[in-house]
Design a protein around this ligand. Structure first.
Ligand SMILES: Nc1ncnc2c1ncn2[C@@H]1O[C@H](COP(=O)(O)OP(=O)(O)O)[C@@H](O)[C@H]1O
Ligand SMILES: N[C@@H](CC(=O)OP(=O)(O)O)C(=O)O
Length: 451
C-alpha cells in the first residue's frame, strides 16, 4: 500500500483534481490519499487556508463574515461544478461547517485560528471523497480521529502524540478501498482541532505512511524534482535524483519549502522511502529520499537552502566565557517568555542567538530583550530582525577537505559579508548567517561555485 499526499497547488481547482484522480487510478496500491486545502490557482491568488485565516480575523473583530464565507465556499463549489456532481448533496454541508466555525467557543485565539485553518483540509477531503464516489470509486472520507491520530503541544504547531501509532495499528483498510484523509490537522485529547505548522499536510502523509505501514510515501507537488537550489533563486537548477533523510531534513529546515522538515521524522523511524513527484508530470520519477545506508554519494554537495525567517540577538560582554551561569541566566529569560531559539554560536566575549521569527510575536521578543538588558547588562546588545541562514548540505562533505573555504572564498570575492559560519555538529552541512538582503546573491555565488 502507498500513501500519497497532494499539496495545495495539486488541488487548486477542478482541472488539477482531475489530474490527481488520474494519478490515483494509475496504481491500485495508492489507497491512502492525504489532501491539502485548495492552494493558489495562479500567482497572486490566495490559498484557501489564508482565506480561512482572514475569516478567523474577521470573526475575532466582530466584522461581517458573509462575503469571506461565500468566497471560501465558491472555491469548493467551483471544483464540484467542474465534475458535474450533484453539489446539493455536499455544498450545504460545507457551508454549514464554515458558518458553524464562527459560532463555536474556543479556549483561546490560538485554538480559534487552528480550527478555522484546519477546515480547509477537512472540507476538501470531504469534497474529494464525494467526487471520487460520484465518479465510481470505492472511496470514503476518514477523519484523523477515526485513524487514532491525536495531537499534543501548541494548537497551531502541534506534534503527534506517540500513542497515536498504537491506535493507528488497529485501523484496517479493505483491500479495494481508497481512503481520503485531510492533512494538516488532528484533534487533541480534549477534542479540539490542532494543526501542525504551516505546510503540515506533508506531516500528516508521513504519519500515515508510518502508522499504516506504507511501502512508499509519494508526495505530489508542482515540481518534477527537488532541485539543488530553489528554482525561485536560480533558473533551471540541477535536479536531485536521490538524497538521504538527513540531507532533506536540513535542507527543508533551511528553506526547501517543497517538503516540510518535520515530515521526515515519522518516515525515518519506519525506514519508508519518500518519493517527491509532480502532479503535472506524473511520469517523471521525481526525487527519492532514502536512509543514509542506501545511498552512494555522487557529489559532495547535494543542495543549498536559504531562508530569511530569522532574527538575531548579538550580545557582547568582556569575560563572558568566564562567567559561570551566564548562559543559564540568559536561557532562563527565554524560557520565562516561552521563546525557543534556533542556534547560539559563542565567542570568548560574544554570543549570538538566532531565532525563528515565525514562532514568536514581536511583543514577546521586545519583552525578552527588555529583561536581557536589565538582568544581563551586556556592554553591547544588537537586535537584527532581517537575518537569513544558508545551509550547504551534502553527505559527501564529511570527507571533503576545505569545504568551508571553498564556500566562503567566492563570497568574500563577491563582496558578501557572512556574519556567522557554523560547521561541525551534523558533519553534513555548513550553516552561514548573513543579512537577509544579501541572501539570494550569496546562494547564487555558492551554486556557481559548487555545481
Ligand atoms: N529546492 C527546491 N526544489 C524544488 N522546489 C522548491 C525548492 N525550494 C523551494 N521550492 C518550491 O517549493 C514549491 C512546492 O512546495 P509547496 O508550494 O509547498 O507545494 P504544495 O502546494 O504541493 O504543497 C515549488 O513550487 C518550489 O517553488
Ligand atoms: N494548507 C496548509 C497545509 C499545507 O500543507 O498546505 P500546502 O500543501 O498548500 O503547502 C497550509 O497552507 O499551510
Amino acid at each position: 500500500m502507498k500513501v500519497i499526499k497532494f499539496g495545495g497547488t495539486s488541488l487548486a481547482d477542478g482541472p488539477q483534481l482531475e489530474k490527481v484522480i488520474a494519478i490515483i487510478d494509475a496504481d491500485a496500491t495508492r489507497q491512502v490519499v492525504t489532501v491539502s486545502a485548495p492552494g493558489k490557482r495562479f500567482s497572486g491568488d490566495t490559498k484557501v487556508t489564508d482565506l480561512l485565516l482572514q475569516y478567523a480575523q474577521a470573526a475575532i473583530n466582530g466584522d461581517d463574515t458573509q462575503a469571506i464565507v461565500a468566497e471560501i465556499a465558491a472555491r469548493y463549489q467551483a471544483i464540484a461544478t467542474y465534475f458535474h456532481v450533484d453539489s446539493t448533496a455536499i455544498m450545504p454541508k460545507i457551508i454549514e461547517q464554515l458558518q458553524h466555525l464562527a459560532k463555536q467557543h474556543y479556549p483561546s485565539f490560538d485554538y480559534l485560528y487552528a480550527a478555522f485553518a484546519g477546515h480547509g483540509e477537512l472540507l476538501n477531503a470531504q469534497l474529494i471523497a464525494f467526487i471520487l464516489q460520484a465518479t465510481g470509486h470505492n472511496a470514503r472520507f476518514v477523519s484523523p480521529k477515526e485513524l487514532g491520530m491525536q495531537t499534543t503541544g501548541a494548537p497551531r504547531a502541534a506534534t503527534l502524540a506517540e500513542i497515536s501509532y498504537q491506535k493507528m495499528a488497529w485501523f484496517t483498510l479493505a483491500s479495494d478501498e481508497i481512503i481520503v484523509v485531510p492533512g494538516f490537522f488532528a484533534y487533541d485529547e480534549h477534542g479540539y482541532m490542532n494543526t501542525f505548522k504551516r505546510g503540515g499536510s506533508d506531516i500528516t502523509g508521513a504519519i500515515l505512511a508510518r502508522g499504516l505501514k506504507a511501502t512508499v510515501y509519494e508526495n505530489f507537488t508542482d515540481v518534477s524534482s527537488i532541485y539543488a537550489v530553489s528554482p525561485k533563486i536560480v533558473a533551471n537548477p540541477a535536479p536531485i535524483a536521490k538524497m538521504t533523510y538527513r540531507e532533506m531534513r536540513e535542507l527543508a529546515y533551511a528553506g526547501f519549502a517543497v517538503f516540510s522538515d518535520e515530515a521526515i521524522v515519522p518516515v525515518i523511524k519506519a525506514g519508508i522511502p519518500i518519493n517527491v513527484r509532480n502532479t503535472n508530470e506524473p511520469a517523471a520519477p521525481g526525487t527519492l529520499i532514502v536512509p543514509e545506508n542506501e545511498i552512494a554519494t555522487t557529489h559532495a554537495i547535494t543542495g543549498i537552502a536559504s531562508d530569511d525567517r530569522f532574527a538575531t540577538l548579538y550580545l557582547h560582554r568582556y569575560l563572558l566565557n568566564k562567567e559561570i551561569g551566564f548562559t543559564r541566566r540568559l536561557l532562563d529569560i527565554l524560557y520565562r517568555h516561552g521563546i525557543s531559539y534556533e542556534h547560539m554560536p559563542t565567542g570568548i566575549d560574544d554570543l549570538s542567538i538566532i531565532f525563528d521569527k515565525s514562532l514568536t510575536s514581536r511583543a514577546q521578543f521586545e519583552a525578552m530583550i527588555a529583561d536581557i538588558r536589565t538582568e544581563i547588562q551586556p556592554d553591547i546588545l544588537e537586535w537584527h530582525t532581517d537575518y537569513a541562514l544558508i545551509m550547504v548540505v551534502g553527505e559527501g562533505m564529511q570527507e571533503m577537505h576545505g569545504a568551508v573555504a571553498n564556500i566562503i572564498e567566492p563570497l568574500t570575492e563577491a563582496g558578501i559579508n557572512i556574519s556567522m559560519v557554523n560547521q561541525g555538529a551534523s558533519r553534513i552541512s555548513v550553516m552561514l548567517g548573513l543579512p537577509a538582503d544579501q541572501v539570494d546573491a550569496a546562494v547564487k555565488v555558492i551554486y556557481e561555485q559548487v555545481y
